[in-house]
Design a protein around this ligand. Structure first.
Ligand code: SAM
Length: 228
């Protein structure tokens, strides 16, 4: 991620952190659907990329049970501080919050599942995404949710989408197909449109079979390599 995007993001979340949770009401159901897409099992180790205030921790914990573990990473000190407070106030010993850019993240183990809930700036950085997938277990499950542009025919509505996202992201570049860098690592990524086309949810597996098409194509289904 370029340092200007990073600095803008940190500055925006410094201002937004206090009111962040209250602003997420309408997307909570989508966040939960994204988490469901991880098909979590008891004992899974989950990486929550750009975990923010830790909104996903509780639903993740419910699914991985007492033998699972969550590692949340966020570069915004103010957002991460709220995540830490959430963990401490609930007495969760199975959740670790790492403060810093995900590009510099290092972890000794491998993750069974990787969650990108509304982490646009991260998903647009090849450097960040490569580092994340360096930490993925073979076959790790991946799920992401975020905002995107409306289809091309919705034209001017996209000015609204861009303006809305500028408030939250260090950059609004790459909103046509925000998942395409992650898709290099998750060839079977299935993308579903949400919020009348202004949002998406995607899920797949590291090393999954290649998808023949995605959201914009006629058939969003996976096939074994070699089949056409
Ligand atoms: C829209 S918030 C989403 C937070 C959380 N995932 C949720 O669902 O509420 C995006 C978060 O990504 C974090 N972020 C952006 N770029 C980052 C980077 N390079 N490394 C780590 N965190 C980053 C921001 O600080 C912010 O907390």
């Amino acid at each position: 991620m370029s340092s200007s995007v990073q600095h803008r993001s940190i500055a925006k979340y410094r201002r937004r952190a206090a009111g962040y949770d209250a602003s997420t009401g309408r997307t909570r159901v989508l966040r939960l659907r994204t988490i469901d897409g991880l098909l979590l099992q008891p004992g899974d180790v989950v990486l929550d990329v750009g975990c923010g205030t830790g909104l996903s921790f509780e639903p993740l914990r419910e699914r991985i049970g007492p033998t699972g573990r969550i590692v949340g990473v966020d570069q915004s000190p103010e957002m991460a501080q709220q995540a830490v407070q959430r963990v401490q106030s609930r007495g969760w010993s199975d959740v670790t919050v790492v403060v810093g850019p995900i590009e510099d993240f290092r972890w000794a183990g491998r993750f069974d599942a990787i969650l990108f809930n509304y982490a646009h700036d991260i998903t647009r950085s090849s450097q960040a995404v490569s580092n994340i997938f360096r930490h993925a277990a073979p076959g790790a499950r991946v799920a992401m949710a975020g905002m995107k542009l409306f289809p091309w025919w919705a034209g001017p509505l996209n000015l609204y989408a861009l303006a809305k996202n500028w408030g939250w992201n260090g950059s609004v570049a790459g909103m046509r197909r925000p998942w395409d860098i992650v898709q290099r690592h998750v060839p079977d990524l299935r993308v579903e449109s949400t919020q009348f086309g202004m949002g998406y949810i995607a899920r797949g597996r590291v090393g999954g079979v290649t998808a023949v098409a995605d959201l914009d194509g006629p058939a969003n289904e996976a096939v074994a390599p070699g089949r056409s």
